[in-house]
Design a protein around this ligand. Structure first.
Ligand code: PLP
Length: 298
């Protein structure tokens, strides 16, 4: 798929952290595509390479009704002429979410699975009736795994990013953060803002990295706002204020929490004067469609 990689820019943030002697920029992966989350596209590249190498013609993956990963997989498969299918968490809804409607319109076959079966990783029996296991590449939920991390490592190829001292990114499965830690240059630290209440994210990141690379990683666990996809009026208010001040939209699941955390860490004096921060805008804006209209000003 030809996405406009040239659109990725590191936009300098003015009037935010300069009073603290800190410079900052946002790496705009959200500019890649309105629906395909920037980091998901990078993670998928590792799996698409694996599919090509092994001659697999179908991609099968997993996700919830608003999953950025599921929609990105549908779009990547459609662009490359691969069949796509997904096991969706929860019973088939009478009105599918816009995300699922978009995925289906891109040709993705959706198999619904009860929450209990999904949790136990039981596949609906129709899956292997309709798909040929020998032709199918199974991509873990969220693109988690070494192939996803090696794809995400390429994120830092875009722009002259060596000058930054700290790279900050939202963490779900941890694959993107692992890729960033793989690619970080000398002297760079990688800070992960977990969006999960579950504190096991560091283990997931660590499993994808050699020990010396994991040493570059710092995880933050106090910015999840109640857990995955949870939000509060404070978070939504912050996202609107951030947009007003910087012109940068964010999503309430990942990047809103990232920007909120960055703001709090700067105000707390976490970064020494002279630090240069690179905030990864991983995309995800399509998920804001699950909020009541008018909640956000962008
Ligand atoms: C999935 C996602 C993340 C988290 O990436 P992981 O590699 O799962 O940690 C961050 N931001 C956005 C917009 C995402 O869609």
């Amino acid at each position: 798929m030809e996405l406009p990689l040239g659109n990725i820019s590191a936009d300098v943030l003015k009037n935010w952290c300069q009073p603290y002697g800190i410079d900052a920029a946002v790496l705009r992966l959200d500019r890649l595509h309105p629906e395909v989350s920037g980091n998901k596209w990078f993670k998928l590249q590792g799996y698409l390479t694996a599919a090509r190498a092994s001659g697999k013609r179908t991609l099968l993956t997993f996700g919830g009704a608003w999953s950025n990963h599921l929609l990105a997989t549908a779009a990547a498969g459609a662009a490359l002429g691969l069949r796509t299918a997904a096991v969706v968490r929860g019973e088939a809804p009478s009105l599918p979410s816009p995300t699922l409607q978009d995925a289906a319109a891109l040709g993705m076959r959706l198999f619904f699975s009860s929450r209990a079966a999904y949790r136990n990783k039981e596949l609906p029996p129709e899956v292997w009736k309709e798909l040929d296991p020998n032709e199918t590449l199974v991509i873990p939920e969220g693109g988690y795994g070494p192939d996803g991390a090696s794809g995400a490592a390429r994120i830092l190829d875009h722009g002259e990013l060596d000058k930054y001292t700290h790279i900050l990114s939202a963490v779900g499965t941890g694959t993107t953060l692992a890729g960033l830690a793989q690619a970080a240059g000398p002297g760079q630290r990688v800070i992960g803002i977990s969006v999960l209440r579950d504190p096991s994210a560091p283990d997931a990141v660590r499993a994808l990295l050699p020990e010396e690379r994991y040493g570059l990683v710092e995880m933050r666990h106090t910015f999840h706002f109640g857990g995955y996809a949870r939000h509060t009026p404070e978070l939504l208010g912050f996202m609107n204020g951030w947009y007003r001040d910087t012109g940068i939209p964010s999503d309430f699941v990942y990047t809103g929490k990232l920007f909120y955390a960055a703001d709090a860490l700067v105000r707390d004096g976490h970064f020494a004067p002279g630090s240069r921060l690179l905030l990864i805008h991983s995309g995800g804006l399509q998920g804001n469609r699950s909020l009541p209209p008018g909640t956000l000003i962008f």
